[in-house]
Design a protein around this ligand. Structure first.
Ligand SMILES: Nc1ncnc2c1ncn2[C@@H]1O[C@H](COP(=O)(O)OP(=O)(O)OP(=O)(O)O)[C@@H](O)[C@H]1O
Length: 307
């Protein structure tokens, strides 16, 4: 379990993480979402002891990172910075780490196999593709058979097979009862991988809830209604909690009422309706809504949303 309490991290006058309180529970995959610069990597670096908090505490299985007897056994991490020496083979890289941490040598073969690296285990890391490097990073994270696994953007650089592999692996790790925190800036990926979502915006917690709840909320956003008597329709629909917009004459976008209620009210008032269409938000739109006020690089995100 990861317990983050009142975590603030500042770099000079820039606040990367702002009073974050969060518990990441075992037995499920927690997706850590947020636009670029939201503070995900910083939080993860603090969790694994690579950065010191400006304020607040982080505990893994009830202990501060510095107090963990064998950190690699407690928490394994894939972070953005590559640390493998390019001249070493994957197997040697893992062997050195295992012997430094006092881990059994047998773990090296186990994680090579788990990460699909057995066929390339004796190749130099310098010649690895981005995807193979990413797999080696995951192998390194799992070397200590840790109860907590932290993966920062693990699908970056992976081909579709690799993406599927990460999805299956993270779910398997969670099913084994581990605590699994996986960051991404893509809601669509997290929606199919994570049981629970934590969303950051500008270093602050924006959402912390089951993926199913986010998806349900993203379900139906508004209803498009076409009528030759839009003004009369506005009269019967307007009210508390209802918002109405008319992007063109004869067309209303209604939020706060379901299609059935709108149809019933129109019928009672004898107003003809020519179209009644519930409009769903895409997952990316739901995510954009959650973080609307918290985006640091708006144009970047728009471009991503289009791809
Ligand atoms: N070492 C550092 N020195 C100065 N500023 C930093 C440092 N690391 C992060 N920041 C700043 O802190 C903020 C949060 O960055 P962070 O990398 O944690 O965000 P992120 O959510 O992981 O985004 P990304 O997906 O782009 O990595 C950003 O504004 C970033 O520029």
């Amino acid at each position: 379990m990861i317990e983050i309490r009142g975590l603030t991290k500042r770099y000079g006058d820039r606040t990367a993480v702002d009073d974050l309180t969060l518990t990441v529970h075992p037995g499920r995959v927690t997706g850590f979402l947020g636009p670029n610069g939201a503070g995900k990597s910083t939080t993860m670096r603090v969790v694994v002891g690579l950065d010191r908090p400006t304020a607040g505490t982080v505990r893994v299985d009830g202990r501060r990172y510095a107090d963990l007897p064998v950190p690699l056994r407690a928490v394994g991490a894939l972070l953005e910075a590559r640390s493998a020496h390019p001249g070493r083979t994957a197997r040697d890289h893992l062997r050195v780490l295992a012997s430094t941490a006092g881990l059994p040598r047998s773990r090296v073969d186990t994680v090579l196999e788990l990460c699909g690296l057995t066929p390339v285990a004796d190749r130099r890391v310098g010649g690895f593709s981005l995807g193979m490097g990413q797999r080696l990073g995951v192998a390194t994270a799992l070397l200590g058979d840790p109860a907590t696994v932290v993966l920062d953007e693990p699908v970056n650089g992976l081909d579709p097979d690799g993406v599927l592999w990460i999805r299956t692996l993270t779910r398997q790790l969670a099913a084994e009862g581990r605590t699994v925190l996986v960051s991404s800036h893509l809601m669509s990926e997290m929606a199919v991988t994570a049981d629970h979502l934590v969303v950051l915006g500008r270093g602050r917690l924006v959402a912390d809830e089951p993926t199913a709840t986010v998806l349900r909320r993203a379900g139906t956003r508004s209803v498009r209604v076409r009528s030759p008597r839009p003004d009369d329709l506005v009269g019967v629909l307007a009210g508390d909690g209802v918002s109405l917009a008319s992007p063109e004459r004869g067309l209303l976008e209604v939020q706060g009422l379901g299609a059935d209620e709108i149809g019933d009210r129109a019928l009672r008032a004898g107003i003809p309706v020519h179209e009644l269409t519930p409009v769903s938000a895409s997952l990316e739109e739901a995510f954009m809504d959650l973080t609307r006020d918290d985006r640091e690089y708006r144009t970047d995100l728009r471009q991503e949303a289009l791809t």
